[in-house]
Design a protein around this ligand. Structure first.
Ligand SMILES: [Zn+2]
Length: 362
């Protein structure tokens, strides 16, 4: 899996590799970009390029097969490694649990530092581990790599990080991944170099999905490319089945409001949105989907159907748009905002979804 496998943002990737070639990669690198934009993937690739035992000729790259490359690649599934680390901590004695922080380490010279639960913040003990180890030369590679996967630092942790950034050893590189560089201390940013991974176009993502998700239908790939907001990672891991199931419900609710008719069907649907953590997530996803469908109806109504996201049900949406004028869509959006507010105050979810559909009936 060499750099050519990194989709999009080729100018940024080229610049980083060029700096590697000239041995000019800064010791502290901020990789900024939205969720799923590839920040973590790119940081690991750079870690591999810095440590590969059989680097291919030409611009710095990595083989993907040597001992260093394969062990670093084991950290690629961050969610899985993170879950393992959390579970390992759960199994510790109560007293040890309190003092144990979460790390992901699949290679002795590459340490991944995710936010520590339950607060999901980078804690001072995690930065301490960096300080304790960073000044020792790498054991098996050429470069020590530290990857902070999030910029939510506790105050003391951020201040400790600053100390490392003031005098990093020549053989270490620290990556700071962030969706919003403004979350990092200005003093941290001024000691780092920031690279931003921009959002990809729907067409670029569709192309990537053709390679990585060949099992999806072309209509599904087109849909996901439009729903993933420019993030390749988000697109590749998109749960199409869950989305379309939720969208069927959202469409049924809107149809029931627009054409009236059979209410028992509607109740059956809204009843399946139960209180509790899981129900809450499901309801929030439903609300997001309702908004996205209403937005598509607006695009159709104002003569810009090429902008809709739910391309795979375009014909159905067009039929629906004939009954939904601007006034109705505005009222529906307002009502949906009310349901959201009600959820935040913990009103019964199924009740407020019924009320939503009933209030919009024509
Ligand atoms: Zn290698």
């Amino acid at each position: 899996m060499p750099f050519s496998d990194f989709h999009g943002n080729s100018a940024v990737v080229h610049r980083l590799r060029d700096m590697l070639a000239r041995d000019h990669l800064p010791h502290a690198v901020v990789l900024a970009g939205g969720q799923g934009s590839g920040k973590y993937t790119l940081a690991l690739m750079l870690a591999q390029a810095l440590n590969c035992l059989n680097p291919p000729a030409g611009l710095p790259d990595f083989c993907g097969n040597c001992g260093n490359c394969t062990r670093i690649a084991q950290a690629r599934d961050l969610d899985a490694r993170f879950a393992e680390a959390v579970e390992a901590r759960e199994n510790l004695r109560e007293t040890d649990k309190k003092e144990t922080r979460i790390f992901v380490q699949t290679h002795p010279d590459v340490l991944v530092i995710p936010p520590d639960p339950p607060q999901m913040m980078i804690k001072v003990d995690q930065v301490r581990r960096v300080i304790e180890t960073i000044y020792y030369r790498p054991a098996e590679g050429r470069e020590k790599i530290y990857i902070f996967t999030d910029s939510a630092f506790m105050k003391e942790a951020a201040n400790s990080l600053l100390k490392v950034l003031e005098e990093p050893p020549e053989f270490a590189t620290i990556f700071l991944l962030t969706e919003n560089p403004g979350e990092l201390l200005p003093t941290v940013r001024s000691r780092s170099m920031t690279f931003t991974l921009g959002a990809l176009t729907a067409e670029e993502i569709e192309q990537d999905l053709a390679n990585h998700r060949p099992e999806w239908k072309p209509t599904q790939r087109a849909l996901v490319a439009r729903l993933s907001e420019g993030g390749v990672g988000r697109a590749r891991s998109f749960d199409v089945a869950a989305y379309t199931a939720g969208r069927d419900h959202a469409m049924a609710i809107l149809k029931s409001a627009l054409v009236g008719g059979e209410h028992s069907e509607l109740f059956k649907i809204t009843e399946s949105y139960r209180p509790g953590a899981e129900g809450r997530e499901k309801t929030e996803a439903l609300i997001r989907t309702l908004y996205s469908l209403l937005r598509d109806l607006v695009f159709i109504d104002c003569g810009a159907p090429q902008l809709i996201r739910n391309t795979d049900i375009a014909a159905e949406l067009k039929r629906m748009a004939e009954a939904a004028d601007f006034e109705w869509i505005t009222a529906a959006s307002d009502r949906l905002a009310e349901v959201e507010r009600g959820m935040r105050r913990n009103l019964l979810r199924s009740l407020s979804l019924d009320a939503f559909a009933a209030a919009l009936e024509k």
